[in-house]
Design a protein around this ligand. Sequence first.
Ligand code: SF4
Length: 378
Amino acid sequence: MTPTIGCYVHIPFCVRKCAYCDFNSYSGYTDGTIRRYVDALTQEIERAPVQPQSVDTIFFGGGTPTAIPATDEAALLRAVRERLPVTPNAEITTEANPGTMDVQHLEVLREAGFNRISFGVQSFDSGLLKTLDRIHSADEAKNAVKAARAAGFDNVSIDLMFGLPRQTKAQWRDTLEQAMALETEHISLYSLIVEEGTGFYTLRQKGRLPLPDEDTAAEMFQMAIDAAHAGGYEQYEISNFAKSGRACGHNVHYWRNDPYYGFGCGAVGYLDGKRIMNVKSPAKYCETIEDHGDLTYTCEALTTEETMAETMMLGLRLTGEGVDCRRYAERFGVDPRAKFPDDIAKFTKDGLLETDGDFLRLTPRGVFLANEVMMAFV
Ligand code: SF4
């Protein structure tokens, strides 16, 4: 049994919907909507069936958790702690939009027990921030990181995006330089994916979304890897970079395919081999909680074969650690090296996979062909 597990809490509100976003997030809410949602979320947490494992990571994501009052986030965290066996040194993260922050707000979060903050910066180029419909400026992003430091956060992460409309390599280099100068403990990197139903999708349909070609996007990815390495970060996951000991423990749970609780509208929980997504609309979510109804939107009961495949696929994303073959064998009764000998041999021969003791991982070249490698195990 996995010794510790994670807990995710979803806050679906955003000041404005970004042009590329297909997350379960909504703008145009009122104070009353927030109130009702926080009450419903508190009840879901209070009613949660408690697992035997301790919770060592809590992650408030969204949406924009910091779009609700800090005292509400603090109260929700208290509810989680009262209901679940949370370890004393748990990593407790909140995502934050640099455009919704001030020191006072951050101090309340820090005092409540949040010890990690992740800012959706995306770019330090003001033109690109506008293109993305972000509400913050480059200076606000830097000030938000400074304010987090002033409030006592010593574990700060920023998200950056590349492959953006009309983005040049020079702009990306400049963003990377400014990111390195901030010396946050963690950086997450996202290549733009144009999802159906977003503003960007409509623009692309109309031929009005000029994106960098694949080769340029791959060069941008390599530029980020080089800059991060030079800045003292380890690429511990395909898209994530951390200073020593600062990997995001919550996401590492996901990549190890560990169980986790999921609270809130559209949140996904993975407990007892079942992946369950809650109803997505905040109004429907509140209504269901108030009526003591069933929140399930989708429920996927995974077979052992499926879980084994997923554990390989997700574990290979961990470019630092890789798949822990011994842990895998303890969990499933078979070592991946015995289960997938031909695929492992082939990818190792091609220079895309490497074995280090009991760990199996992508090589630096394999990182660029990760999907191809991972799909072979599914
Ligand atoms: S702030 Fe994040 S969650 Fe909200 S709309 Fe923008 S990308 Fe989506």
